[in-house]
Design a protein around this ligand. Structure first.
Ligand SMILES: [Zn+2]
Length: 95
């Protein structure tokens, strides 16, 4: 992969017909009929990959697999707290 996608979509998958995929994280085989995860870079269905739950969990823990929500959050920067937003709404007055 030349360019890292900004975010990944991921959904639970379990095929009804047998096939064998290769997990992009551990390069091991993944039987389609087991419970696994379907990941797609920026939700590009043509590039979706089948991965093990465990491998996705590990990649997420290492921050390598952000969801769209997490990416948007990082782009926006830290959001002000609820208290902060309320104070702004009320014209900077503190009670
Ligand atoms: Zn794997």
């Amino acid at each position: 992969m030349a360019e890292q996608p900004k975010w990944w979509s991921m959904r639970r998958a379990q095929n009804l017909k047998p096939a064998t995929y290769r997990c992009p994280f551990c390069q091991k085989h993944l039987p389609s009929m087991t419970d696994h995860v379907l990941i797609a870079p920026e939700d590009d269905r043509s590039k979706r990959r089948h991965a093990h739950w465990e491998c996705v969990r590990k990649a997420r823990a290492e921050g390598r697999l952000p969801t769209q929500g997490e990416w948007l959050e990082a782009e926006r920067g830290p959001r002000p707290s609820l208290g902060e937003r309320l104070r702004r709404l009320l014209g900077g007055k503190t009670s």
